[in-house]
Design a protein around this ligand. Structure first.
Ligand SMILES: [Zn+2]
Length: 328
C-alpha cells in the first residue's frame, strides 16, 4: 500500500476532476441539467436534511429513516452522455489493479472465502460474485471448494478474465440473468452496495436467487468511523457521483432486515492512508531526499499504519466494513 500510495492519490484526483466537469461555476453545484431529485432508497420518503456537500454534490439524511444518500443524483442521460469515466477506470485497472491491488487482495480474499466456508459447511456450495472485477475472489473461493460464477459489466475485466482466468463470468446485470429462485448458497457483493441507486431492489433480487439459510457477504463504506469524524466532508469515501449511498452498521442492519437478511458477523477495516493523506504527508517518500531518510519515512509509516489499524479495528471504527448476513 505504501508503494502504491502516489497512484491511489492520482486515482482519487482524477475521479474528483471528473466530477468537477459537471459543476456549474455560477453556483458551485452540479449543473441542474444533469441531475434529478430522488426519494430515499430505503423508505421512499422525500423528506431529508442536508448532511455533506462534496465536489458540488450533496449527501442528505432521510428524516424518516436516517438513511444517507446522494440527492439529487445524475440522470441516466447525464451518466451516458456527460459523465464518461472510462479513462479513470482504465487508469485504475492498469496502474493499480494489475500491479498492486491483485496482490494486496490475495490474503483478504482468502480470509473472506474461509469465513464464508465456515458459515456454509456444505461440501460444494454454489457462489455468485456480483461485480466480480478481475475474478480474483472467485479464484480464492474455488480453492476452498465453492462452485463460483461472477457478474461483471466492465469490459476491461471481461477481456482480462477471458485471457488470464479460468473462472465463469457473465457480462450482465443480476436482474438480466433471470436465475431460477434459490439457485445459490452464497452471494457476494464486494465494494458494490455504495454504488447502487436502488439497493433494496438489488438485495431483494439477491435474496430471491439464494436459498433459505444462504449467506450474503459484502463490503461497503461506513461513515460512522473515526476518519469521517475528523475529516467531515473531506472524508475520502464521500465520492460523488460514484457513491450514491453511505452506510453505518445500524443502517446496514436496517437495510438487510428489510430485504430478508439478518447480520451474523461484521468486521471493521480502518484505513490509515485516509488520514495520512491529510495529516502525514511528511511520511511520503521524497524524490530529492537521501535514501536513508526515505527508508525511515517508510518504516514510520508502516509502524503507524499497523498499530492504528489494530486499535481502530478493535474499537469498531472502520472506514470500510465487511458484513456477513443469513437469508431468513
Ligand atoms: Zn428513508
Amino acid at each position: 500500500m505504501y508503494a502504491s500510495a502516489p497512484l491511489w492519490e492520482e486515482f482519487y484526483r482524477r475521479l474528483e476532476s471528473k466530477a468537477q466537469s459537471l459543476i456549474d461555476p455560477a453556483t458551485g453545484r452540479v449543473a441542474a441539467e444533469y441531475v434529478e431529485d430522488v426519494p430515499c432508497p430505503l423508505c421512499n420518503s422525500s423528506s431529508f436534511s442536508p448532511r455533506v456537500l462534496r465536489d458540488g454534490f450533496q449527501y442528505v439524511t432521510c428524516t424518516s429513516c436516517a438513511f444517507v444518500y446522494l440527492n439529487p443524483q445524475l440522470t441516466q442521460h447525464a451518466v451516458r452522455d456527460a459523465y464518461n469515466d472510462e479513462d479513470v477506470r482504465k487508469f485504475f485497472f492498469e496502474q493499480l489493479l494489475l500491479p498492486h491491488v491483485e496482490r494486496d487482495q490475495r490474503g483478504e480474499f482468502t480470509e473472506r472465502a474461509s469465513v464464508l466456508k465456515s458459515l456454509m459447511p456444505e461440501a460444494r456450495p454454489r457462489l455468485l460474485d456480483v461485480g466480480c472485477a478481475a475474478g480474483n475472489f472467485l479464484m480464492r473461493a474455488e480453492e476452498q471448494g465453492f462452485i463460483g460464477e461472477g457478474l461483471e459489466l466492465n469490459q476491461l475485466y471481461i477481456d482480462y478474465i477471458a485471457a488470464h482466468r479460468n473462472v465463469k463470468v457473465h457480462a450482465r446485470l443480476l436482474e438480466e440473468m433471470k436465475y431460477p429462485a434459490e439457485t445459490f448458497d452464497v452471494v457476494t457483493l464486494w465494494d458494490v452496495l455504495e454504488h447502487l441507486p436502488k439497493p433494496v431492489e438489488t438485495l431483494k433480487e439477491v435474496g430471491r436467487v439464494m436459498r433459505r439459510g444462504g449467506i450474503l457477504g459484502l463490503t461497503t463504506i461506513n461513515h460512522a468511523c473515526i476518519n469521517e469524524a475528523l475529516l467531515k466532508d473531506r472524508w475520502r469515501y464521500y465520492m460523488p457521483p460514484d457513491h450514491v449511498c453511505s452506510f453505518t452498521p445500524a443502517l446496514l442492519d436496517m437495510l438487510l432486515k428489510k430485504c430478508g437478511f439478518s447480520v451474523v458477523r461484521i468486521e471493521h477495516h480502518y484505513m490509515f492512508e485516509v488520514l495520512a493523506d491529510h495529516y502525514a504527508s511528511f511520511l511520503k517518500p521524497s524524490a530529492g531526499a537521501p535514501a536513508i531518510s526515505n527508508k525511515i519515512r517508510k518504516m514510520l509509516y508502516l509502524i503507524l499504519a499497523s498499530t492504528s489499524q489494530a486499535m481502530f479495528n478493535t474499537m469498531r471504527s472502520g472506514d470500510l466494513v465487511t458484513v456477513y448476513a443469513r437469508k431468513s
